[in-house]
Write a new protein. Structure first.
Length: 308
């Protein structure tokens, strides 16, 4: 469309009314709340109101209630834990001359920042209808516990996204990640003789490299902090480990020909013999093949021979 002077008319920026400050603001000024369809999948309060209102645990809890979010003590505790990394580099907070009251304020701000940073992660996000479309509330913030029947389910859901340290893998992983690593390692055990510590350690490195590729791929696909080069680097590391002829040659179980896509075995065979042995490929017989077979039987029955 053209304006009065022939210039293109700018399209309207998607916006909505903040129910806290009563100002119309762009949609980008609101935190995402993907299950609240009535509020266009965002919170009812804008980010500025949220940051101004939330100062501690209770105000965060009230914010969640007014914005139809399920409150989670575990999410708050996680935010407290993450804030410690921020505080460990905060010069004012670390200064012994800083008054304790100032330090408390800095701690509170750090927790709130981390709370908002992680509250939309799949492990924590949960919509709950505290406020109806007409503004009427179902219950007060102090009476907003997890329903008794859902407590076990909620705990399992939160635990699933929590990382723990696993000595055998020398790192912290979620339940989902550790299950992937163990399944991958078990497959390697089925295909290879992991009978020495060095080979076992090498197999774990391959499993970790595979997990890293999956994580980088998901991050890039979902728009999280990951570049195409980061993914390529992860793939190169995995390829370097999984194509190792040394690993395939020293570890392959006798008589087996599976694992790592057979690529390591192919390399080992070429290096050792200079030849690549291939298996005979047989195709399912069609109607012509069946007719020929019948013809051969007929010829044999009358005492004649037929060559292949």
């Amino acid at each position: 469309m053209q304006g009065k002077r022939g210039r293109p008319k700018k399209s309207a920026v998607p916006s909505k009314l903040c129910l806290k400050c009563d100002e119309v603001k762009p949609m980008s000024s609101f935190y995402k709340n993907r299950d609240w369809m009535a509020q266009q999948c965002t919170d009812a309060w804008c980010k500025s109101c949220a940051q101004e209102y939330c100062k501690d645990k209770e105000t965060l809890r009230e914010y969640c209630w007014h914005n139809n979010r399920q409150w989670s003590d575990h999410l708050y505790d996680t935010a407290v834990g993450k804030s410690k990394y921020y505080l460990s580099k905060h010069n004012v907070y670390l200064n012994p001359k800083t008054p304790e009251k100032t330090k408390e304020e800095i701690r509170a701000v750090a927790v709130v920042i981390n709370f908002f940073a992680i509250m939309n992660l799949a492990a924590y996000y949960r919509y709950i209808e505290n406020i109806k479309e007409d503004g009427e509330g179902y219950r007060l913030p102090d009476d907003n516990p997890v329903p008794p029947d859902d407590e076990d389910t909620e705990k399992k859901r939160l635990d699933f996204g929590r990382k723990r340290y696993y000595p055998e893998w020398h790192g912290e992983f979620t339940d989902n990640e550790i299950q992937y690593l163990r399944d991958y390692y078990e497959k390697l055990q089925n295909d290879f003789s992991l009978d020495t510590i060095s080979v076992q350690d090498y197999a774990r490195k391959i499993a970790l490299a595979s997990l890293t590729v999956n994580i980088k791929s998901n991050d890039l696909h979902n728009g999280r902090k990951c570049s195409t080069q980061d993914l390529k680097d992860a793939i190169n590391i995995f390829d370097s480990l999984s194509k190792s002829a040394k690993f395939a040659e020293s570890s392959r179980k006798a008589g087996e020909s599976t694992g790592l896509g057979n690529l390591g075995e192919i390399i080992a065979r070429i290096e050792n013999t200079g030849l690549l042995q291939t298996t005979k490929v047989e195709f399912e017989k069609d109607d012509i093949d069946l007719i020929i077979d019948d013809f051969r039987h007929t010829i044999a029955a009358v005492g004649l021979g037929v060559s292949d």
